[in-house]
Design a protein around this ligand. Structure first.
Ligand SMILES: Cc1cc2nc3c(=O)[nH]c(=O)nc-3n(C[C@H](O)[C@H](O)[C@H](O)COP(=O)(O)OP(=O)(O)OC[C@H]3O[C@@H](n4cnc5c(N)ncnc54)[C@H](O)[C@@H]3O)c2cc1C
Length: 410
């Protein structure tokens, strides 16, 4: 009987799950719609919960060697007044065996792709999932212009606009609207780390009037940053990776808008080598029962897409990989693969474990975005700043919040 698992999407979750499943005796094949994975986005922060899972597939050290682990969380106002500082990040390695760190998305994606080759796992780039047909003893996936492949089960790791999710919901007679635009955009850049913050690897949040700025190191020489702004969707054709002329024009515009913000904001904008703009989206939660159907299950952004304000989307996708791989039994030539009813039980157990935590985080990220970007004028912003300042004074609550995130998934 086939031990082939069809994994849709080679983003964060797909390759990691593939390696974990290969170690349990399965034969994963990863299908990716992009013809050749390469340059992608800006950056992301990996926290101990995600890095622990990357450690299981021998990728954490590669990520950590390329950057500085964070030593502090630091919140300040646009004119440089400190709202709060926490040294929790400097305690993470001792407490959870992994620190927190920023990483360039391209480096992470290419590292994950390479790890598939290193683990002799087949990757098919340019294979876009189009349809799924259930059979009693297997499942057949159809790929645009490529034909069909049969496996014992399918894992949809195809991100926020997942085809796998659409197909699963359609099977249950449901049609879902497009992902929800949160009303916020992020303009992100990668710049040489300015001398004012060199040697102090912080996750720095800067709160302004109708704008929020975040920066953290992503290598020994460079920092990533992002400006979150409220915007309508009118200019959405401008949401992409900028070429040099576009980048320089946008820099000039932003430098005017952020000229009176304190260091390191103007310097980071001025020296940006790469700039990209995104609209920020999420989706309302699915019930645990909607996470799976027959021989198909969703994980990562396909199951629980989130806006980025808590920095947990990829970390939660990695937690999913750990739990799904743990719930699935080992297989071998002697032990036949799973019956449909066994899979249904395993997938439901997985969804029941993961849905409450991820739903809460998606809602929390949405609320965090609304808190960060206050548009009600300076009085409303002063009120927001005061709330941020007070929240850092609740030391036990802050510690408990981060412990709840970082102590998982094992
Ligand atoms: C601006 C921004 C900043 C973020 N910052 C952070 C952060 O700091 N920390 C954090 O943890 N998370 C962050 N996130 C969220 C994080 O990027 C996602 O949660 C994470 O990438 C989800 O991983 P995934 O594997 O589920 O999906 P993805 O990484 O999106 O991968 C999905 C893959 O599936 C492929 N695919 C799509 N459709 C098909 C198809 N039909 N057939 C085959 N392949 C397909 C896609 O091309 C893609 O390669 C951020 C997100 C954004 C937008």
């Amino acid at each position: 009987m086939s031990r082939t698992v069809l994994i849709i999407g080679c983003g964060v979750a797909g390759p990691v799950l593939a390696i974990l499943l290969k170690r349990k005796g399965y034969t994963p094949i990863v299908f990716e719609k992009v013809k050749e994975l390469g340059d992608a986005g800006a950056s992301l922060t990996l926290m101990p919960n995600g890095l622990k899972v990357l450690g299981l597939v021998d990728l954490a050290s590669q990520v950590l060697e390329a950057t500085f682990p964070l030593t502090e969380f630091h919140d300040q106002t646009w004119n440089g007044a400190t709202l709060g500082v926490s040294h929790i990040p400097s305690t993470l390695l001792d407490k959870y065996s992994m620190p927190a760190a920023g990483v360039r998305r391209t480096a992470l994606n290419l590292g994950l792709k390479q790890s598939l080759f290193d683990n002799a796992i087949e990757l098919r780039e340019g294979w876009k999932l189009e349809d799924i047909q259930e059979k009693e003893h297997g499942v057949i996936a159809t790929f645009a212009g490529r034909g069909t492949i049969e496996g014992t089960f399918i894992v949809g790791c195809d991100g926020i606009k997942a085809t796998s999710r659409e197909l699963l919901l359609r099977r249950g007679g449901e049609m879902e609207a497009l992902p929800t635009y949160t009303g916020l955009t992020q303009t992100a850049g990668i710049s040489p780390t300015p001398s004012t913050i060199k040697g102090r690897p912080s996750l720095l949040n800067v709160y302004g009037i109708g704008a929020h700025f975040i920066t953290y190191p992503v290598s020994h020489t460079h920092s990533s940053w992002a400006i979150t702004l409220p915007e309508t969707m009118e200019a959405q054709e401008s949401w992409h990776l900028y070429n040099v002329e576009e980048r320089d024009a946008l820099k000039s515009k932003l430098l005017l808008e952020f000229a009176n913000w304190s260091d390191p904001v103007p310097e980071l904008i001025k020296s940006a080598e790469r700039m990209v703009k995104f609209g920020l989206y999420d989706r309302d939660e699915l019930t645990p029962e909607q996470w799976h159907s027959g021989r198909c299950v969703l994980i990562g952004d396909a199951a629980h897409p989130t806006s980025p304000h808590l920095g947990q989307g990829a970390n939660q996708a990695l937690e999913d990989c750990y739990h799904l791989a743990t719930f699935l039994p080992k297989v071998s030539a002697k032990i036949p693969t799973l019956l449909k009813q066994d899979l249904a039980q395993i997938f439901q157990k997985f969804a029941l474990k993961r849905q409450p935590r991820t739903s809460k985080l998606v809602k929390g990220a949405r609320a965090q975005g609304e808190r960060r970007v206050v548009t009600g004028g300076s009085a409303a912003c002063l009120e927001r700043d005061e709330a941020v300042r007070k929240s850092w004074l609740e030391v036990d609550a802050v510690a408990a919040k981060y412990d709840n995130l970082f102590r998982e998934p094992f």
